[in-house]
Design a protein around this ligand. Structure first.
Ligand SMILES: Cc1cc2nc3c(=O)[nH]c(=O)nc-3n(C[C@H](O)[C@H](O)[C@H](O)COP(=O)(O)O)c2cc1C
Length: 264
């Protein structure tokens, strides 16, 4: 991703909110990286809605090509961008309009936090941490040995065809090791911050967070389907490493991740 210079188009208030969010997460802006000002959403692009649903599918292989600023901008706006600024409301609904879902974007040059009101990416960490936050794919289990075929009965009591020795029955070569996961240009992490809910028990906040993150996830999947990008919603990831890198508070729960890239 090409770095962009920080602009000053957002309101002072949004800047304060952004900084409070960043610092409340115990994060310091990465000095080497600039804020990425995202493009306004292109509201005319993508397949019609029903065609989008018809082609939505998970994909796990991605070309090793960075997302364009245009695609990154529209992807994040579709995920949870502000679509009604006067009401501070988003493309994704959230319980009590809490905006509890925080979007963190891992790219080859750093980790960024998506600031919806300013529609920009705020740098948090410099460096490529994408492979550190993914779980290694578990090896495929070996297929169960097939049972020995029964020898056909023969009138003379002996089989015309000799049965294969038991040791060779069902013997298969060990499964090939799984291919190394391709590194998608963008890894999106969806976190719900329970502190954003004005009331509720911890259990309620967890449940609202799951639902809110799921809705943002579906926005991402549908945007990708509509525009030809590839993604998969994933619950598996190294949450401990993510918590460590982002210095999350106990109230911030890591729910899902979305690798996003172009077709391989
Ligand atoms: C909540 C949730 C968690 C998922 N976690 C993973 C995961 O950890 N790894 C993975 O490869 N796919 C994961 N998936 C993707 C599903 O395997 C995939 O959606 C399912 O196989 C159906 O395929 P489709 O998305 O192409 O319709 C997850 C999907 C959902 C909705």
């Amino acid at each position: 991703m090409k770095k962009k210079n920080a602009g000053n188009t957002g309101s002072v208030w949004h800047g304060v909110v952004a900084l409070v969010l960043v610092f409340s997460a115990g994060l310091l802006p990465a000095a080497e990286l600039d804020v990425i000002k995202l493009n306004p959403p292109d509201l005319k692009r993508g397949l019609p809605f029903m065609e989008t649903l018809a082609v939505r599918a998970s994909a796990r292989e991605y070309a090793e090509k960075d997302l364009s600023l245009r695609d990154l901008s529209d992807l994040l706006w579709a995920a949870d961008g502000i679509n009604r600024p006067a009401e501070n409301k988003s493309t994704a609904p959230s319980a009590m309009n809490a905006h509890d879902v925080q979007i963190f974007v891992f790219m080859n040059d750093g980790v960024f936090w998506y600031d919806p009101p300013r529609h920009q990416l705020v740098p948090l960490l410099a460096g490529d941490f994408r492979s550190q936050i993914m779980m290694a794919r578990p090896p495929r289990p070996a297929p169960a040995a097939a049972p020995a075929p029964a020898a056909p009965p023969s009138p003379g009591g002996s089989s015309a065809t000799a049965a294969p020795p038991a040791s060779s029955v069902g013997a298969t070569a060990p499964p090939p090791p799984p291919p190394p996961p391709s590194n998608p240009p963008v890894q999106i992490i969806l976190i719900s911050d329970g502190e954003r809910f004005r009331h509720g028990t911890p259990e309620q906040k967890f449940a609202w967070g799951v639902l809110d993150a799921g809705i943002v996830s579906q926005n991402i999947s549908l945007f990708c389907a509509a525009t030809g990008l590839k993604t998969v919603p994933k619950a598996s990831m190294d949450k401990a490493r993510i918590r460590e890198l982002l210095k999350l508070t106990d109230a911030q729960i890591v729910f899902l991740n979305h690798p996003v890239g172009y077709a391989k």
